[in-house]
Design a protein around this ligand. Structure first.
Ligand SMILES: [Zn+2]
Length: 120
């Protein structure tokens, strides 16, 4: 088994986070600090005056997902965890739209700010 020095691991993670920082902040601004999951109205006001949101990778980093537009999506913490850990089937995934079923709920998200919601 390959041994990875924990310090080295932390450095690698830091490197990834620092590289992501600009695009992550830009993306949050683009969606006005609002969760992109359809019909989500989660609000967590922060002392910075903006709503707390997180940026998730559609294709996870450990599967080779990159921090680029089209693979990043802004979620509230609940939707972030549900997206990462829930039962999910992705039906459509391109640079503009992602759609599928998450824990039994259909969703369709326009990655460029405005989203649409469709129940089938
Ligand atoms: Zn949400």
């Amino acid at each position: 088994m390959l041994f990875v020095n924990p310090e080295r691991k932390v450095k690698e993670i830091d490197k990834i986070l620092r590289k992501d920082k600009k695009i992550v902040e830009l993306l949050k601004k683009l969606v006005n600090y609002k969760c992109q999951f359809p019909e989500c109205n989660s609000t967590i006001p922060t002392e910075k005056g903006v709503n707390y949101v997180e940026v998730a990778h559609i294709k996870p980093v450990f599967k080779g997902g990159k921090s680029i537009l089209g693979n990043l999506i802004v979620f509230c913490p609940n939707h972030h965890k549900e997206f990462d850990l829930g039962i999910k089937e992705i039906l459509e995934d391109n640079t503009e739209t992602i759609s599928g079923i998450l824990n039994g709920k259909n969703f369709k998200i326009d990655l460029h700010n405005n989203y649409t919601y469709k129940v089938e």
